[in-house]
Design a protein around this ligand. Structure first.
Ligand code: B4P
Length: 191
């Protein structure tokens, strides 16, 4: 199996690049952001709870996202591999993912970390907020809070994978195709 973690700050291009990677490498896309937005759209208790936190730019509790990912792994026993997009976002989530994969006799093949500066992130998210209907993209204060959450809680995850020799960094500014080509080159070597 090819199991990738696509990593980076909010707006780095994780969702955008995942769409292209799943096609090219025939992987199952697991985005915790999308899974949470589905729960919000369904109006479930989990969704209502998550919406409050997401609208403030905060992370939702680890147990919630770990539970969602665990269910999705069970639902896809025949997958050729997975792209974990926006997950893990804390070291506790990264630890839990390793344990979950071990239970399936699998492991993470590599992490791709997209590097984009704060100014560009804010610009992209505000632009998407104009027509995406995503309330967490519409407000500059919420965007800054998301970037701050990333720096304090999520950046240690890169070190977690670096210690396992699995961290690969890609510069995330430029054309979507150019960035995709740089990522694909790395992924091809992991296969
Ligand atoms: P996510 O849905 O993961 O959203 P994101 O990080 O904001 O977006 P992403 O990085 O995928 O966006 P993309 O670059 O593709 O999370 C939302 C919220 O859910 C979090 O704040 C948190 O509250 C919660 N959550 C999710 N997972 C969680 C977890 N594991 N634990 C706890 N909480 C969790 O796109 C951004 C924009 O940039 C797009 O408009 C795109 O078109 C544009 N773009 C992409 N590439 C570009 C390029 N090269 N040049 C110019 N524009 C580009």
């Amino acid at each position: 199996m090819l199991n990738l973690v696509l990593f980076g700050p909010p707006g780095a291009g994780k969702g955008t690049q995942s769409q292209k990677l799943i096609e090219k490498f025939q992987l199952v896309h697991l985005s915790t952001g999308d899974l949470l937005r589905n729960e919000i759209a369904r109006g479930s208790d989990l969704g209502l709870e998550a919406k409050k936190l997401m609208d403030e730019g905060k992370l939702v509790p680890d147990e919630v996202v770990i539970g969602m990912i665990s269910n999705k792994l069970k639902e896809n026993p025949d997958a050729k591999g997975f792209i974990f997009d926006g997950f893990p976002r804390t070291v506790a989530q990264a630890d839990a993912l390793d344990t979950l994969l071990e239970q399936h006799k699998e492991h993470i093949s590599g992490m791709i970390s997209l590097e984009v500066d704060d100014e560009e992130l804010e610009k992209r998210l505000l632009l998407r907020g104009k027509d995406s209907g995503r309330s967490d993209d519409a407000n500059p204060e919420v965007i800054r809070k998301r970037i701050a959450e990333y720096k304090s809680k999520t950046t240690p995850v890169a070190n977690f994978y670096n210690e396992q020799g699995k961290l690969n960094t890609v510069y995330g500014i430029g054309s979507i195709d150019e960035i995709f080509s740089n990522i694909s080159e790395i992924v091809a070597k992991l296969k």
